[in-house]
Design a protein around this ligand. Structure first.
Ligand code: HEC
Ligand code: HEC
Ligand code: HEC
Ligand code: HEC
Ligand code: HEC
Length: 171
């Protein structure tokens, strides 16, 4: 009788350990990937939202290149020589310029190397940034809103009658 309880106890305990491990595996990974803390407290809500700076002012490669592009420290400096130069975060920013060191922004959206994703085809097809990236202009810190799984791409391609041939995205 005692032995049966011992076995049941062991099974439950190992089940609980497995469950915790699975949760630990899924949760931190997802939280970490979806909204990582950035080296400078750059707010899209402040720049693209309240100050209405257009997305393409900073991400200017998007309409004619595969990548959208992240602005260089020189681009930030051009405005911040005059705007809020005394704020601690701007002093941090100018520190990067003085050291000629690029800011190591943490990537939020990224695909595996075997997938081809051209921004320009989507911009030309008049797909809004928000269809894939959510309401960025309302975000203090960028939070990933899409799974970036193959099914996500295919779902929208079917809806828009865009190509779903394997070689469209895998070359
Ligand atoms: C003043 C410049 C500026 C403007 C305007 C701006 N961005 Fe950004 N964007 C950045 C910088 C810098 C980063 C990298 C830091 C970060 O992730 O917050 C970034 C990151 C992003 C990312 C995450 C990229 C990744 O994978 O890490 C997306 C998506 C994005 N921006 C979309 C937009 C959209 C959509 C708009 C317009 C609503 C916009 N941005 C307006 C400067 C800007
Ligand atoms: C087109 C001009 C422009 C560009 C380019 C720009 N900013 Fe700004 N930034 C602003 C304005 C306007 C504000 C809001 C100032 C205010 O309301 O006090 C601001 C505010 C900020 C703040 C908050 C400052 C505070 O009060 O603490 C930070 C941090 C910042 N920007 C970082 C950046 C970084 C990093 C970049 C480059 C990726 C950048 N900015 C590019 C115009 C710009
Ligand atoms: C059809 C979906 C889609 C649309 C529309 C889209 N993006 Fe993206 N974006 C992505 C994907 C997917 C990635 C990751 C690409 C990779 O890793 O190769 C990405 C990456 C980025 C990045 C980071 C890497 C880079 O390309 O420099 C920025 C910044 C960005 N997008 C901004 C924008 C802006 C701004 C717009 C609107 C002008 C926009 N995106 C429209 C899906 C989209
Ligand atoms: C929100 C809708 C949407 C999403 C999400 C989306 N796409 Fe697209 N995609 C389109 C549309 C619309 C076109 C343009 C089709 C055209 O012009 O014929 C397109 C075109 C393309 C093209 C060029 C096709 C060609 O015929 O040359 C590639 C490559 C592509 N997408 C890859 C991807 C990948 C990879 C993903 C996922 C990471 C993705 N797309 C997610 C809507 C989307
Ligand atoms: C519209 C773009 C698109 C098309 C079309 C597409 N794929 Fe993919 N595929 C992706 C993306 C994005 C990923 C990466 C997803 C991830 O890592 O979860 C991927 C991943 C894969 C993987 C790797 C899965 C893994 O676990 O890493 C295989 C295999 C694959 N695709 C096969 C195919 C085949 C076969 C076809 C044709 C029937 C096809 N794909 C069509 C976008 C596409």
């Amino acid at each position: 009788m005692k032995k049966t309880w011992l076995i049941i106890g062991l099974v439950c305990a190992s089940g609980a350990v497995a469950a915790v491990l699975i949760v630990m595996y899924i949760l931190p990974l997802d939280v970490k990937e979806r909204s990582p803390v950035q080296p400078i407290l750059f707010s899209h809500k402040l720049h693209a939202g309240s100050n209405g700076i257009p997305c393409l002012y900073c991400h200017r490669s998007a309409p004619n290149s595969r990548v959208a592009g992240i602005p260089a420290v020189a681009d930030c400096r051009a405005c911040h020589l005059y705007i809020s130069p005394d704020s601690p975060e701007i002093k941090k920013l100018i520190g990067y310029w003085d050291r000629q060191e690029p800011i190591a922004w943490v990537r939020v959206y990224s695909l595996p190397d075997h997938v081809y994703f051209p921004h320009m085809m989507h911009i030309r097809a008049k797909i809004e940034c928000s269809a894939c990236h959510g309401e960025v202009a309302a975000m203090e810190r960028i939070t990933r809103t899409a799974s970036l799984k193959m099914g996500w791409c295919l779902g929208c391609h079917r809806q828009h009658k865009a190509s779903i041939d394997c070689w469209t995205c895998h070359i």
